[in-house]
Design a protein around this ligand. Structure first.
Ligand code: HOZ
Length: 436
């Protein structure tokens, strides 16, 4: 048995103590605080380049969080940074239309054929919040179906049985939300078409939309079973409800055209975020032109934003989408992620650990549960104490995995054979130290 190395991080410890006096919990977004892995000082970063992040104590880590998804080209890609720099020289924000918005809109529509027109906003939360308002405006109905363990940002009606930080912190439903709002959100287990059918039978005439992460990423990475997404499409058609794919995490990550292209299912509305901004704050929602025609000023569904379509976000997003068009990008991302996940599964077998791996394109999860994992209840069978030991063992060996079983991990074009080997070596060493 080896001993677990511990990285001393005195500057990070001090920064976190200061942060706790200034910010609730010391952070600006809950999962960053590492409460999910038993607390301790989170990473305080100084810089990032390619697949590597560097903390303020000077330690390097191979990064599988990648800013929670956007950094698919690796951190600080020189051409993305240059696009932002050049754009910034002409002004940071105008609150007026720019040609850059047309260019990014065209790039998105070209890749997502179900998005006939698109509206840019500043975050994934804003995109989904607007999409459900649009679904209600278009159908004249109130209720929404979402899935247990899916997270769609922090809008009131979506913090019901949500994943990500809400699941991590064990908060069933956020405080501060009117029961009147929450009662319009119906929930079903992921991958359970019968449960969705029961909701349609009970409330069908009042269901505005079905909202789903078509590959879940906020309860860890959980794939849809064969026929599940198609079944949702058919039920929405039968009841006149809109199918809304939240591809904030999966858009441009699992395929240039998202899960909907990979599985050939056309949603009515799509939401995007993360990669679409290339590291800058950008979100988007879009869909069928007759639905989008309801958005103001063309229609009466109001939604606005001072920083919407801001030039820096448009420039970073556009350059990122262009660079992702390089030949074989997605094939290589998928092949490398498969190698990594196969290596992880092999080590779990070697150490006789219950495990289930899920991966699609450049996102994956390793669950310490007996296979299969199809929904939130399955993910909740994770041995949390073991997960924590594993997470810290990896971090202390320079590998930063998602700090919660309820988050997916990500790879980038910079995660190649050398990075995979280093990760698997660290994992073997970690398992030697934590598996008794
Ligand atoms: N909602 C993100 C995870 N699914 C976390 C965002 C952050 O902390 O930056």
């Amino acid at each position: 048995m080896t001993t677990t190395p511990t990285r001393q991080r005195p500057l990070s410890d001090a920064a976190f103590e200061t942060a706790k006096t200034l910010l609730p919990g010391g952070v600006n977004s809950p999962v960053r605080a590492f409460k999910s892995v038993g607390g301790g000082t989170p990473l305080f970063l100084q810089k990032a380049k390619g697949a590597t992040i560097t903390d303020i104590d000077g330690h390097d880590y191979l990064d599988y969080v990648l800013s929670w998804g956007p950094a698919i080209l690796g951190h600080a890609h020189p051409q993305v940074v240059e696009a932002v720099r050049e754009t910034a020289l002409n002004g940071l924000s105008f609150g007026c239309p720019t040609v850059l918005e047309n260019l990014l809109a065209k790039a998105v529509i070209d890749r997502f054929p179900a998005m006939e027109t698109v509206r840019f906003v500043s975050s994934g939360t804003e995109a989904v919040m607007s999409a459900i308002r649009l679904a209600r405006a278009f159908t004249g109905r109130k209720k929404l179906i979402k899935f247990e363990g899916c997270y769609h940002g922090h809008a009131d009606s979506l913090l019901v049985k949500a994943g990500s930080g809400v699941a991590t912190l064990g908060i069933p439903d956020s405080a501060g939300i009117s029961p009147l709002v929450a009662q319009e959100t119906l929930t079903a287990p992921f991958n359970d078409l019968e449960a969705v059918m029961a909701l349609f039978e009970a409330y069908g005439d009042d269901i505005a939309g079905v909202l789903i992460e078509p590959v879940a990423g906020n309860m860890g990475c959980v794939l849809p079973m064969n026929g599940f997404l198609q079944g949702l499409r058919e039920m929405c058609n039968a009841y006149g409800s809109l199918l809304i794919f939240d591809e904030v995490m999966t858009g441009f990550r699992v395929h240039s055209g998202g899960v909907q292209t990979l599985y050939n299912i056309a949603p009515d509305i799509t939401t995007l975020g993360k990669i679409i901004g290339g590291g800058m704050p950008v979100g988007a929602y879009g869909g069928r032109a007759d639905i989008m025609a309801n958005v103001a000023p063309q229609g009466t569904m109001y939604q606005a934003g001072t920083l919407s379509g801001n030039p820096l976000g448009m420039a970073a997003g556009l350059k990122t989408l262009q660079l992702l068009e390089a030949p074989n990008t997605y094939e290589t991302l998928d092949a490398n992620a498969k190698k990594l996940v196969a290596g992880m599964a092999g080590l779990c077998e070697q150490f006789k650990l219950p495990h289930s791996t899920q991966q699609v394109g450049a996102m994956f999860s390793l669950f310490f549960v007996e296979a299969p994992v199809h929904n939130f209840a399955d993910v909740c069978k994770t041995d949390r104490a073991f997960f924590n030991q594993f997470f810290w063992g990896m971090l202390n060996r320079g590998i930063y995995l998602a700090p919660s079983p309820f988050e997916a991990s990500f790879t980038s074009v910079c995660h190649q054979q050398a990075e995979i080997d280093a990760t698997l070596n660290a994992m073997e060493d970690t398992l030697r130290s934590v598996v008794i």
